[in-house]
Design a protein around this ligand. Structure first.
Ligand SMILES: [Mn+2]
Length: 471
């Protein structure tokens, strides 16, 4: 594998350096991206670096910016490690910590070239530096695994590299590619991971069939957020909505997959997307059946749920120790999210109100404010023929109303809509704040300003469409 050979010298350099630092009793500080890939990579390096003394500390953040980087206490560590982060902030890191040894293990695209002087205290492993595209070939979790494999007897941690790659959507083209396949081959040979051709929806191990469709990931137009349609789809196949995927016979699974593909073709999804509803899936053979740890995609979602709840240490424990007790706690977080999502989507699809050709809204106190972004995305994308209509989803948060809005990207561009700027104008007029991108955005207003906000938003969207028509 040519790409792997190209990267190996940098992997070995990091491994050798970390081993010697551990030997001389260095205190490590690890900064990681707050998501599944960050959790896996921090956990794996932790496994190889920790000793009886508490010689390693961690800090996780969604955005590893100058503020986060400058907040570290330089007296508390000797070696500073960045995982799934760092490459894009190299200049800041080197400027703030000129006296520290710095290790960066990242797969984000980087352009900054440090000077020779700076390079003496920096060790940087990133596929982009050796001409490899880090988007699909390898993630931080994969890099961390390759590093610790050079440091000792850690081969049984390889499946977590696969979990990280799936969580990063590195199988977006239907399967894993690049350096990931080197790790996958090793996993398959050792019997750690089984690659199968199966359904590529979330919940293969733990969801009911109904959840696999109604709160599906990825979204299935006409089924996701459509309760009766989802139930009917399952009933028509002679199946029970409370069954789980592994209860089905091979014939039933094939029938389900074929009917699903037929349906998705009918509603107009492109053939490439439809094809990928089945393909490679990855089972972690040493994990218990019927748990989220058994399926790589579900494991990744579990870790991301821990990250969203700001409980990365829980996710790290799953990687480092894998205790049943820890799994139960992590699972509880995920199930809470799943239930809230189910209820939120049910509530949202039942309370859609049409305002005009440009605007539709949902307002409910039964939707969790932190769920409205996801709910809004799922409801909107389950509806392929909603043209350039913007959907705004609102929920009460104390005395305010939090809102999130979405519009189909293509239709937004075609109609000249910029959801973010429309929200900004409308929220400002109603004494609140808002903003975002072409096709999505969010913000907050006072509760008694909902009507003002909706009419300003409608007006602003109409104005945008009119301006575009003039062009
Ligand atoms: Mn990553």
């Amino acid at each position: 594998m040519e790409e792997y050979q190209k990267l190996l010298p940098d992997i070995r350099k990091v491994a050798k350096f970390l081993l010697s630092e551990k030997k001389r009793g260095s205190r490590f500080f690890c900064v990681a991206h707050l998501d599944a890939d960050g959790i896996v990579s921090a956990g794996l390096l932790g496994v190889a670096l920790q000793n009886e003394k508490k010689n390693i500390s961690y800090k996780f953040a969604y955005s590893i910016n100058e503020k986060v980087i400058s907040s570290l206490d330089p007296d508390s560590f000797d070696t500073l490690i960045f995982v799934d982060s760092g490459s894009t902030q190299l200049e800041t890191i080197l400027k703030l910590y000129p006296d520290k040894k710095i290790v960066i293990v990242d797969h984000h695209k980087t352009i900054y070239e440090p000077s020779d002087e700076e390079s003496t205290h920096l060790i940087h492993a990133n596929p982009w530096l050796v001409g490899i595209d880090g988007t699909l070939s390898i993630c931080a979790g994969g890099l961390a695994y390759l590093i610790i494999k050079e440091m000792g007897d850690f081969e049984h941690f390889a499946p977590y590299a696969i979990v990280a790659a799936i969580a990063e959507w590195q199988d977006a083209e239907g399967s894993l590619i690049g350096i990931n396949t080197v790790i996958l081959d090793e996993c398959e040979k050792k019997g750690y991971v089984k690659k199968e051709n199966d359904i590529r929806l979330l919940g293969r191990e733990t969801y009911t069939l109904l959840n696999m469709l109604f709160i599906s990931f990825p979204v299935l137009p006409s089924l996701t957020a459509h309760l009766e349609e989802s139930q009917k789809f399952i009933n028509d196949l002679g199946l029970n909505e409370n069954d789980k995927w592994h209860d089905l016979t091979v014939d039933q699974k094939n029938l389900f997959i074929n009917k699903l593909k037929e349906r998705m073709t009918e509603v107009g999804l492109p053939p490439k997307v439809v094809k990928n509803f089945s393909g490679d899936v990855f089972t972690l053979c040493n994990e218990k059946k019927g748990t989220m740890r058994r399926d790589a995609r579900e494991f990744g979602f579990l870790l991301n749920a821990a990250a969203r709840r700001n409980a990365p240490e829980l996710g790290m424990d799953l990687i480092m120790n894998g205790h049943e007790e820890k799994y139960k706690r992590a699972l509880k977080l995920f199930e809470d999210d799943t239930n809230k999502l189910f209820e939120g989507i049910k509530e949202a699809s039942a309370s859609r109100v049409n305002v005009s050709d440009n605007l539709e809204y949902i307002f409910s106190n039964k939707i969790e404010p932190k769920m409205i972004g996801t709910v809004c995305t799922m409801v909107l994308s389950s509806d392929l023929n909603s043209c350039a209509k913007t959907l705004v989803c609102m929920a009460s948060e104390n005395d305010n109303v939090k809102f999130s809005a979405r519009c189909h990207m293509d239709s937004a561009r075609r109609a000249g809509i910029n959801v973010g700027s429309a929200l900004k104008v409308a929220a400002k007029k109603s004494g609140g704040y808002g903003g975002g991108h072409d096709n999505s955005g969010g913000g907050s207003i006072e509760k008694n300003k909902i009507n003002d906000f909706l009419s300003s938003l409608d007006e602003e969207l109409k104005h945008q469409v009119k301006e575009k028509k003039k062009e």
